[in-house]
Write a protein that binds this ligand. Structure first.
Ligand code: ADP
Ligand code: MG
Ligand code: ZN
Length: 461
């Protein structure tokens, strides 16, 4: 699709899970994505008749405001009236979804920009429950989770651009801890080519989004070539079939009968609070990236690895503060630290992971000074997850082994492996490696590889 004789316009409505501990209108926990079915529920989030919502979770409002600040949106301070958006579906126990949006509503923020794309508006709303049409069962753990909906202007022109933008969005929002990275996003994608726009609802992975856009653009072009006129319609993308399926046309457009929610007071946003939030925002990924490249002279590949995760960049910056040369010892983070984290299926932001940069700095310095071997250093690194320690408290670990001790070990290895020694003497060089390996094993890898080799050769004569 290199030549564009027609304009492709794509606009998004992105729903992200705000990273709060409790739900939007009750005190149920939000960690429900990893909990068993219907474990984090109460009368409020199951829509039990007679239950009333609690006042909005202030943490959710804060997170939304932080997102608005990142976009540079205009924040609305008043007239933030909760609306009931009515629809009948099994996932919607109250018969309405509570939202700061709707035909005549003032949304939380309007305008702003992210990576070249203008933002129309963003607002808070609650997530519906999860209905499984196969079993007929409903899981209310998700019901009432705080969502941000971000609506963009229709300024994208292809699937690649959309996917890259969404990746950058999720990364930035995870830097400010506004959305839960592993909870994923749900996106409604609007696509128009020759005719009216078509909306594809609830795409929940980047791969689906890419496929759906590509399929839909091609479908619209073909329909146009066949003389069809595209009306407004809503489609669902069926990944198994790899195609879009009609849900409703413009005539059948959903009428949500928005009304003001009588049980909830308006949200009032405090200017002072917005100022505090603004001052508390961390540097964004692109700022970190350019700092790594210019100030710390980190190579592009490593810089990209580091900026994929705020905790990791900040860890790196602290290491440098503790006097570690970023150029020479980069691999201790980009390879070793990540290796041990991955092996333990952990990341730095996990609550049970407590790795202090000063401890790693200490370790790197001891290795750099030749006090312990690189191999031993890596081994100590293995034990630093989930909780790091100072080497001062683990003297035994580093008491590096001096040459006379190595010589004793070499003699022991020779005595115990006379057959291999004879082979080596007979010209089989590989046998030496075996002997060195034995010395390393006996020394618990504290012996220096080269010293051990030289010593063995000398003793064997
Ligand atoms: P609705 O409630 O009908 O979905 P919204 O205002 O919530 O309307 O969403 C509008 C979405 O449609 C936005 O993401 C916007 O970018 C997109 N959009 C509007 N006009 C077009 C168009 N001509 N082509 C593609 N997308 C469009
Ligand atoms: Mg919509
Ligand atoms: Zn609840």
């Amino acid at each position: 699709m290199s030549e564009k004789a027609f304009p492709v316009k794509i606009g998004l409505e992105v729903h992200g899970y705000l990273d709060t501990r409790e739900k939007l209108f009750c005190m149920c926990k939000t960690d429900s994505l990893s909990s068993s079915v219907n474990s984090n529920i109460c009368p409020i989030c199951t829509g039990t008749p007679g239950s009333k919502p609690m006042a909005v979770n202030a943490a959710a409002v804060d997170k939304l405001l932080e997102i608005a600040l990142v976009f540079g949106s205009k924040i609305n301070y008043k007239d933030l009236i909760w609306q009931r958006k009515h629809y009948d579906w099994a996932d919607n126990p109250k018969g309405y979804q509570t939202t700061i949006s709707g035909a005549h509503a003032t949304t939380n923020a309007v305008g702003g920009k992210f990576k070249g794309i203008n933002i129309t508006e963003l607002h808070l709303e609650e997530d519906p429950a999860q209905w499984n049409p196969g079993t007929g069962k409903i899981d209310y753990n998700r019901s009432g989770l705080p969502l941000v909906e971000i609506v963009t202007e229709p300024e994208f022109s292809d699937s690649e651009q959309v996917v890259e933008w969404l990746k950058a969005l999720v990364l930035s929002l995870s830097y400010i801890k506004a959305v839960r990275k592993n909870a994923g996003i749900k996106v409604d994608v609007n696509v128009s080519t020759y005719g009216e726009r078509v909306e594809m609802k609830n795409l929940n992975s980047l791969e689906k989004i890419r496929k759906a856009i590509e399929y839909e653009i091609a479908r619209q072009i073909e329909a146009h070539d066949n003389g069809e006129v595209q009306e407004r319609e809503t489609l669902a993308f069926d990944e198994k079939l790899g195609k879009t399926i009609k849900m409703r046309s413009k005539e059948g457009a959903a009428d949500y009968r928005f009304i003001r929610d009588p049980d909830l007071p308006m949200i009032v946003v405090d200017k002072k609070r917005v100022g505090e939030l603004k001052r508390g925002l961390p540097e964004m990924p692109e700022k970190k990236l350019s700092k790594l490249l210019t100030k710390f002279k980190v190579g592009e590949k490593d810089a990209k690895i580091l900026t994929r995760n705020l905790e990791l960049v900040e860890f790196f910056e602290k290491l440098v503060e503790f006097g570690v040369d970023p150029g020479r010892y980069m691999s201790w983070i980009t390879i070793e630290l990540l290796r041990v984290l991955n092996y333990n299926k952990k990341s730095l932001e996990d609550e049970d992971v407590e790795v202090k940069p000063e401890h790693l700095a200490e370790l790197i310095k001891v290795v750099a000074a030749g006090e312990i071997t690189v191999l031993k250093g890596k081994q100590i690194m293995n034990d630093m997850i989930p909780k790091s320690f100072s080497l001062k408290d683990h003297k035994g670990e580093i008491s590096s082994i001096d040459e006379s001790a190595i010589e004793n070990l070499c003699q022991q290895v020779i005595d115990e492996n006379l057959k291999v020694v004879t082979e080596y003497k007979g010209g089989k060089d590989a046998s030496l490696n075996y002997l060195i390996g034995q010395v390393m094993r006996l020394s618990e890898r504290r012996a220096d590889f080269k010293v051990a080799g030289d010593c063995l050769k000398r003793l064997i004569g």
